[in-house]
Design a protein around this ligand. Structure first.
Ligand code: PAF
Length: 286
């Protein structure tokens, strides 16, 4: 496995890779890898000749009072895991390589960015869209793989790819990979490590309460009342706040007050001990 930290090196390395097999799958990450990321690498390996994993803690997607400084950085450990998984190349630029002096462009995706995490983390999706478009242009992958845990992020990136007629990757080659969960159901996240053992145990209430809410909605119970009960259950289980707990159309991410014919998703963001966790579940045919 190779590592590139400059654009010139990345271009040379990807060119070389393409000589021994034409397709490249990109797995964009911020490092601090866990089984959820490794599932993305495995999905990419199953469909592409080579897998490139980017590791870059992108400052522009963090708000002023968020965890940019605290976000775990462990490049050597991440590379060791990726080597075992058969990744071909790790793209690990530093901040100056990604955002050289004078950098002044922002990609802003409209409606789909606005609600949910877009509302509770202003500017977050502009930062994500901008860096992901840069990563796409830098690596020029045939396919790109994202976790469904960041369900709104995936919708934002697909919307960007569709609206801007991206070629590499084409919108249809942006693949969502199902959430990987811990034994107690908590969605894997690099931020789970912020939780003390007590809070980590309490956090399992989130997926459990969400599963119950999904069952109630699928059973035809009132959505507004079910979401209110879900919020109470999360708060009663030890969370300090719920940023949102909503049912949304799985494609457009528009809020729903009732389950209809089209696929839906239950989306939740909640805070426990200063850590913000997000999760989502398919509802109905979602
Ligand atoms: O999901 C993430 O880890 C990040 O938001 C991404 C897509 C790598 C962009 O920085």
């Amino acid at each position: 496995m190779k590592t590139a930290s400059t654009l010139a090196d990345l271009r040379a390395q990807t060119q070389e890779l393409r000589q021994s097999g034409p397709t490249i799958g990109l797995v964009p990450t911020m490092g601090a890898l866990h089984e959820g990321h490794l599932a993305l690498v495995r999905a990419a390996r199953a469909t592409c000749d080579h897998v490139v994993v980017s590791i870059f803690v992108n400052p522009t997607q963090f708000g002023p009072n968020e965890d940019l400084e605290r976000y775990p950085r462990q490049l050597a450990e991440d590379c060791a895991m990726l080597e075992v998984e058969g990744a071909a190349l790790v793209w690990a630029p530093d901040i100056a390589e990604m955002y050289p002096p004078g950098f002044s462009t922002t990609v802003s995706v409209g409606e789909v960015s606005e609600d949910f995490c877009g509302a509770s983390r202003p500017g977050h999706f502009d930062g994500v869209a901008t860096v992901v478009l840069k990563l796409f242009n830098q690596v020029q992958p045939d396919m790109a793989f994202f976790g469904e845990k960041d369900f709104q992020q995936l919708a934002v990136i697909r919307t960007m790819a569709r609206d801007l007629d991206l070629v590499r990757p084409h919108v249809d080659s942006i693949i969502g990979v199902p959430i990987v969960r811990e034994a107690d159901g908590l969605a894997m996240s690099s931020r789970n490590r912020y939780l003390s053992p007590v809070l980590r145990e309490a956090a399992a209430v989130l997926p459990l309460a969400m599963q119950e809410a999904v069952a109630r909605i699928e059973d035809g119970q009132n959505v507004t009342r079910t979401l209110a009960a879900l919020e109470d259950e999360i708060l009663g289980g030890g969370f300090d706040g719920v940023d949102y707990a909503e049912l949304a159309d799985a494609e457009t991410l528009k809020r729903l007050e009732a389950l209809g014919e089209s696929p839906a998703r239950l989306l939740v963001a909640a805070r426990i001990g200063g850590t913000r966790l997000i999760d989502n579940l398919a509802v109905g045919r979602g």
